[in-house]
Design a protein around this ligand. Sequence first.
Ligand code: SF4
Ligand code: SF4
Length: 156
Amino acid sequence: MAECQPCCLDMKLEEVFNCQRCGKCCQGEGGIHINPPDAEAIGKVLGLSADQFIERFTEPKGNLLSLKTGPDGYCLMYDLEIRGCRIHEVKPVMCRAWPFYSAPLKHREEFEIVKNNCPGIVRDGSWEVFVAYYQAHKDSLPSPPDIFNSGGPPKT
Ligand code: SF4
Ligand code: SF4
């Protein structure tokens, strides 16, 4: 993994990642896993208990719980009108951690896959700078459990 350079401490997130709100990562089935703190926080915002939220908005995927999608394929938390997440401030840790998952941080080829799938990754950004930015800022970035760390955008 690339070493952190002093200049990376001064970098802004937008220099490596700037979400274009394309909605691509909010469409697709079964990829957004929910953990108990997610269920608690999202339920609270929706005026539900964690159990009620789980019952209404999630479904089991193997040993995990995933957010359900609607008939249009979008996550039920996606708002097509504003083209954004209706629970942005409490969205699941998987969504908050994106794109700093372990696979693209560890492997250049995974980073290239992520870059091809997510237009929010700065187009001329290099893997080295992406990793260096993470190293410099990891204490302030969400850290999803390893089981969530896959190589592609959350739902592709
Ligand atoms: S795919 Fe990337 S650019 Fe598009 S909404 Fe998701 S994070 Fe943003
Ligand atoms: S919870 Fe929000 S950010 Fe995450 S996939 Fe659903 S709509 Fe997108």
